[in-house]
Design a protein around this ligand. Structure first.
Ligand code: 3PG
Ligand code: MG
Length: 398
């Protein structure tokens, strides 16, 4: 189904409400990582350039509804936006009771205070959704990162607003994900790392049907190694997921696309900054060992695999890259993805931290702003905000 793009809507002299995801980490009252905010600037600038009066909406953190919490105010976001856009961003605290757009100049960009302070946001209250939709002529959904949430500002407002469309950030996220998952240049290689199989089980199941090669890392790999019958010592793994891991290993073998497991690993007796690392073949892991990274032979294979890829989907580190002695695997993988000619797409909090650490931002085909939303899309789920947007756009695009 098609979605109406913001660029195809007349915005001049319209009040345009844009839902963004400014859910960013804060430290000492300031924005600690501005990536999500930077990604929204082209959308906001475009609306301003078209002569729209802009109202921005976002959530921040998970406050208790109905209670104002200064620690989760969008004030640091308003400050950052003001400096990046070089135009005043006015934060409106009590917009539910005391706000009229007529009292503001067109050059003032309005930012409504953390929408999750309002009762009814989480439960997708139609009353709150109507309050939002009544404020604008056009509603732009641009917040891919929370499009998996069926809430008043991501769903209800789309049902009720006079005219709805998708912002360029949302559309570019969808295009990149579709390029990687629907019609990928082959071979398609997925790397799924991180700590737990259980949190990424649906991702693994969906990807296993689509990819030419599935590489697992981190605690997830440990569960697969254990499922293949090898000793993993004290390594983090999930006994409850062994059966499903075994099934997946077998299925992929039968398809002639065996899951790539490490042939050697880096182990230590403890997980700490000063832990002493040792390289071992995968069949020599002792009972006191914790597997914390992949070894040099595995890295060689990884490099070769990624070199020949047509498309790479990357979610999750393959070792404890926060500590130098366990970072070689994730580092080598990051550099191989960066140097590969493949179209690459990466998403998820830890993955973005790795991209930052190895400074390969500009070499990744697409970096998603989504964490949970990225994973749900990769799982093959329909994201509620996207579905309602498609439904509402149907009439206009007919
Ligand atoms: C995210 O950071 O994943 C999104 O902003 C959604 O936030 P939530 O998980 O608190 O709904
Ligand atoms: Mg989240």
């Amino acid at each position: 189904m098609a979605i109406l793009a913001m660029q195809d809507v007349t915005l001049k002299d319209k009040v345009v409400m844009i839902r963004e995801d400014f859910n960013v980490p804060l430290k000492d009252g300031r924005v600690a990582n501005d990536k999500r905010i930077m990604a929204t600037l082209p959308t906001i600038r475009y609306a301003l350039d078209q002569g729209a009066q802009v109202i921005l909406v976002s959530h921040l953190g998970r406050p208790k509804e109905g209670i104002y919490d200064p620690a989760l105010s969008l004030e640091p976001v308003a400050d950052l936006l003001t400096s990046r856009l070089k135009q005043k961003v006015v934060l409106i605290k009590d917009w539910l009771n005391d706000f009229s757009i007529k009292n503001y100049n067109k050059t003032d960009i309005i930012l409504l205070e953390n929408i999750r302070f309002c009762e009814g946001e989480d439960d997708n209250s139609p009353v709150l959704a109507k309050k939002l939709s009544d404020l604008c002529d056009v509603f732009v959904m641009d917040a891919f990162a929370c499009s998996h949430r069926k809430q008043a500002s991501t769903y209800g407002v789309i049902e009720q607003a006079k005219l709805v469309c998708a912002g360029p950030l949302l559309l570019s996220e969808l295009e990149a994900l579709e390029r990687a998952l629907k019609n990928p240049a082959r071979p398609l290689i997925a790397i799924v790392g991180g700590s737990k199989v259980s949190t990424k089980l649906s991702v693994l199941l969906n990807l296993s049907k689509k990819v030419d090669k599935l590489i697992v890392g981190g605690g997830i790999a440990n569960t697969f190694i254990a499922a293949s019958g090898l000793a993993i010592g004290k390594s983090l793994y999930e006994p409850a997921q062994l059966t499903i891991a075994r099934t997946l290993l077998q299925e992929m073998n039968e398809r002639g696309r065996p899951i790539t497991l490490p042939v050697d690993v880096v182990v230590a007796n403890e997980l700490s900054e000063n832990a002493v690392a040792q390289i071992k073949p995968i069949n020599r892991v002792d009972k006191d060992d914790m597997i914390l990274d992949v070894g040099p032979d595995t890295i060689k294979t990884l490099r070769r695999d990624l070199e020949g890829a047509g498309t790479i989907i990357w979610n999750g580190p393959i070792g404890v890259f926060e500590y130098e002695q366990f970072s070689a695997g994730t580092g080598a993988m990051a550099m191989s993805i960066a140097n590969s000619k493949a179209f690459s797409i990466a998403g998820g909090g830890d993955t973005l931290a790795a991209i930052d650490k190895y400074e390969i931002d500009s070499k990744i085909g697409y970096i998603s702003t989504g964490g949970g939303a990225f994973l749900e899309f990769v799982e093959g789920k329909k994201l509620p905000s996207i579905s309602i947007l498609e439904q509402r756009c149907q009439d206009v695009l007919k």
